[in-house]
Design a protein around this ligand. Structure first.
Ligand code: AOS
Ligand code: ZN
Ligand code: ZN
Length: 393
């Protein structure tokens, strides 16, 4: 790496020091595909143990101080006690993810179901999630609906949108002043004909009607192949409607592989939009969350690696020479503008990140330090009969 100017170096290090990535409780539990859940040794048996694993990720990375929960997979009697436990371990509780997809009643939909009784049941769950947020101090309610239809004619597309809109409004009205709802979209799966929230436009339209506390969340694995995700980022940022990300990567569909594993260049392009809009800092209110499943690889190690992948893409985005880029763009110099971006992308930022970790008082090699710590050996011995994350359970 060519020597960085001291001012660039300190600007980039300061931004990376403030960066926050939120881990997900379900990434630590057993998971699999629709064909098989492969159990791993030492996986958490309850939400407390998932939080301990998330705290371990934070201990070695220094930038992952919150963990998202999923209800009911992380249901406990006392959420304030869970929050206190997290605090003791050095982390906080992040977004609350609702679940209106894992119940026989939801076969034809949850909040969009033609049956009013089932719609009321789904709504009651979403409201319960806001009650939980009150107890945990969480800011964000993340909503993903598996609702949709498989066959033309199965249900009215417009009526389903009306039912969705009615439920969202009821949840929105229940939110406290400092709480938000983040509406997630996904182009297909499990529904194959109509998905009720299939794309950013649908999510945006609902959020726009609802008001300022409703924002869109982009799950990077939820688009058709070839979709320009950074364009969606730019559009939502411009409209003040980007609430956050569910980071993961995909080769085919919603693969939920480690972020930055399939297409690190795409992740860089996304982070370039974030950096150029100056919304990386936590005060900007964009939640950078991981939504991944580690079916084959060791889970804690994979989450540490994922956090590092986000840091690498961010560091590269921070290295883009904004003045040179603006000048090239202004001059219509297509190749120079592209060169400025590619120069940053091709920079080996690993030495810089090692320095960042040293500054933070961390080991410069988080995965190595985790492996040497003996944490995995300890939990493997302690935890017998770990639970599935929820998927395929
Ligand atoms: C589903 O495909 C979505 O990505 C959800 O965000 C998430 O994986 C699930 O709700 C787990 O909480
Ligand atoms: Zn997601
Ligand atoms: Zn997903």
């Amino acid at each position: 790496m060519t020597e960085l100017a001291p001012s660039t170096r300190s600007r980039v290090l300061a931004a990376l020091r403030d960066q926050r990535v939120e881990t997900a409780s379900w990434a630590f539990g057993n998971s699999g595909t629709r064909f098989k859940v492969f159990a791993q040794e030492g996986v958490p048996r309850d939400p407390f143990e998932k939080i301990s694993d998330a705290a371990t990720v934070h201990r070695f990375t220094g930038v992952a101080p919150t963990v998202a929960l999923h209800i009911p997979w992380d249901k406990v009697d006392d959420y304030a006690a869970l929050a206190a436990f997290a605090k003791e371990r050095g982390v906080g509780l992040g977004a609350i993810n609702s679940n209106v997809f894992q119940d026989d009643d939801y076969k034809l939909g949850s909040v969009t179901n033609p049956d009013a009784r089932i719609r009321a049941k789904a709504l009651a769950h979403l409201v319960e999630c806001v009650d939980i947020m009150d107890a945990t101090g969480s800011r964000d309610l993340k909503l993903w609906f598996s609702d949709g239809t498989n066959y033309p004619g199965q249900d009215s597309i417009r009526n389903r949108q009306d039912r969705l809109s009615e439920a969202l409004a009821a949840v929105y009205d229940r939110l406290g002043d400092d709480q938000r709802m983040l509406l997630e979209y996904k182009f297909f799966e499990p529904a194959f004909y109509v998905t009720d929230v299939p794309d950013w436009g649908t999510a945006y339209a609902h959020c726009l009607t609802l008001g300022d506390k409703a924002q869109v969340v982009i799950d990077t694995g939820h688009h058709a192949p070839g979709t320009n995700i950074e364009f969606i980022v730019a559009i939502l940022l411009r409209a003040g409607k980007l609430g956050g990300f569910d980071f993961n990567s995909r080769f085919y569909a919603d693969d939920d592989l480690m972020v930055g594993a399939a297409d690190p260049f795409q992740l860089f392009r996304i982070m370039c939009e974030i950096v150029s809009a100056d919304v990386l800092k936590p005060e900007a209110g964009i939640a950078f969350m991981l939504d991944q499943c580690h079916n084959l690889e060791p889970k804690i190690q994979a989450v540490i690696r994922s956090v590092m992948n986000v840091q690498e893409a961010t560091a590269k985005a921070l290295l883009v020479d904004a003045d040179a880029l603006a000048a090239a763009q202004q001059n219509g110099d297509v190749l120079e503008a592209n060169d400025v971006l590619m120069d940053a992308y091709h920079t080996d930022v690993r030495p810089l990140l090692r320095d960042l970790r040293a500054d933070l008082g961390l080991d410069s090699d988080p995965v190595g330090a985790y492996k040497r710590s003996g944490y995995y050996e300890t939990v493997k011995a302690e935890r017998v009969g770990g639970n599935a994350a929820g998927w395929g359970a």
